[in-house]
Write a protein that binds this ligand. Structure first.
Ligand code: NA7
Length: 330
C-alpha cells in the first residue's frame, strides 16, 4: 500500500499510456525525469482548467476537490486523485490551491486531514485563491510553522485565459522558492510576475481587481446613462472602441451585455469579495478608496437582486431596472 492511498486506483503506476479526454489532456505514460509531483486542490471554474494545463505540461499530477464529481474527469483521464488534502500533500512536492475564499483556504490547511497534516520541509504550498492580505499572511505563518514553504500566487484573468494557460501569475515569496515553482506557474500563466515577498502577490491581485471592479461599475453606469438618453448600444460600443478607452474589458463586456449574455466568466459574488478585500486592506494602511467603496455597493446591489452567480457585467442590471431601460442590441 502507498503511504497515501488514493481514492481511485493509481492508473499511473499501472502503466497507462497517453489518455485522450474531452479536455484534450494527454498524460505522458512516463513523466519526465526530475519533474516535481504537483498536487492541485480546488477543481472549480478556474482550478479545473489550470490543473489540466499542469498535466499537459508533463508534470506528475495528483488532484483533490471537496465535491468528488469534479474529480471524476481527472480520474477518467488517469490522473491520481487523493482522498484528502493531507494525502495529496504527502504525495506532492508542490501543492497548488485555488478555492473560493479565505475561510476555504484555512479549512483546506487546518482541518483534520488538511494540508498541514501532510507537509514536510520540502513541500511548497502555492496559495492561488483570491483572499485578503491578512488571510494570506496567516496562511503563510501556518505553512512555515508546520515546516513547509509558502508562495502566494493568485492569478489575473478569467476562465478563457485559464483554459489557454495565459493567466497573469502574481507571485509573492522568497526568490528561490518562487523560482523553484516558476515552471509549474508557467504551465498556467504567461507571464509570471514576481511581485515581492509573501503577501505581495495578493496585494497585486487586489490592485488589479480593484481597478477591474471600479472600471466595470463605471462602464455599467455610463451605458445606462447613454441608453436612458436614447443612444443605441452598438453606437456607444463603437465610440468606446475607437477612442482612448478601447480595451478588452469594455469590448468584451459591452458585447456580452448587448447580447444579454450574463453567463459567469467572473461572477458578481467574487468581484464583490475582491472589492471588499481591497477596502479592508486600504483601511489597514490608511488609503481612502471612495470610488471603490461606491463600486462595491453597486455589486452589492446586484447580489441583493440575486445576480451574485451571474457574470460581473450583471452589475448593470439593478441600474437598468431602476431606470427602466435595457442596454441590449435591438
Ligand atoms: P468556483 O468555481 O466557485 O470553485 C470554488 C472551489 O473552491 C471549488 O473547487 C470548491 O469545492 C472549493 N471550495 C470551497 N470551499 C471549500 C472548502 N471549505 N474546502 C475545500 N474546497 C472548497 O471558483 P473559481 O474556480 O472560479 O475561483 C476560485 C478562486 O479564484 C476564487 O478565490 C476567485 O476569486 C479566484 P466544491 O466543488 O464546491 O466542493
Amino acid at each position: 500500500m502507498p503511504a497515501h492511498p488514493l481514492k481511485w486506483s493509481d492508473t499511473r503506476s499501472a502503466g497507462v499510456g497517453l489518455v485522450d479526454t474531452d479536455h484534450g489532456f494527454k498524460r505522458p505514460a512516463t513523466q519526465r525525469a526530475g519533474m516535481p509531483t504537483v498536487g492541485f486542490i480546488g477543481l472549480g471554474a478556474m482550478g479545473a482548467p489550470m490543473a489540466w494545463n499542469i498535466g499537459d505540461a508533463g508534470f506528475d499530477l495528483v488532484v483533490y476537490n471537496r465535491t468528488t464529481e469534479r474529480e471524476q474527469p481527472f480520474a477518467e483521464a488517469g490522473v491520481a486523485v487523493a482522498d484528502s488534502p493531507e494525502h495529496l500533500t504527502g504525495r506532492a512536492d508542490i501543492v497548488c490551491c485555488i478555492v473560493s475564499n479565505g475561510d476555504a483556504v484555512a479549512d483546506v490547511l487546518e482541518r483534520d486531514g488538511g494540508v498541514l497534516d501532510g507537509l514536510d520541509e520540502d513541500t511548497v504550498f502555492v496559495q492561488m485563491s483570491t483572499i485578503g492580505y491578512a488571510e494570506t499572511m496567516a496562511a503563510a505563518d501556518l505553512v512555515t510553522e508546520a515546516g513547509g514553504q509558502f508562495v502566494d500566487a493568485p492569478v489575473s484573468g478569467t476562465v478563457g485565459p485559464a483554459e489557454d494557460g495565459t493567466l497573469v501569475g502574481l507571485a509573492g515569496g522568497d526568490e528561490s522558492v518562487v523560482e523553484a515553482v516558476r515552471p509549474v506557474l508557467e504551465a498556467m500563466c504567461e507571464p509570471v510576475v514576481h511581485c515581492g515577498d509573501a503577501g505581495q502577490g495578493t496585494n497585486m491581485k487586489l490592485f488589479i481587481n480593484l481597478l477591474l471592479g471600479d472600471a466595470m461599475g463605471a462602464y455599467a453606469e455610463a451605458l445606462v446613462f447613454g441608453r436612458a438618453n436614447g443612444l443605441e448600444a452598438a453606437d456607444m460600443q463603437r465610440v468606446v472602441e475607437n477612442g482612448a478607452l478601447d480595451c478588452p474589458l469594455f469590448a468584451g463586456k459591452g458585447e456580452t451585455i448587448a447580447a444579454g449574455d450574463f453567463a459567469p466568466r467572473f461572477p458578481v459574488d467574487y468581484q464583490f469579495k475582491d472589492l471588499s478585500l481591497a477596502l479592508d486592506r486600504a483601511g489597514e494602511i490608511g488609503v481612502p478608496l471612495s470610488q471603490t467603496a461606491a463600486a462595491r455597493e453597486s455589486f452589492n446591489a446586484a447580489r441583493g437582486r440575486d445576480y451574485g452567480r451571474e457574470d460581473m457585467a450583471a452589475v448593470i442590471k439593478p441600474l437598468e431596472e431602476t431606470v427602466g431601460v435595457e442596454v441590449r442590441d435591438d
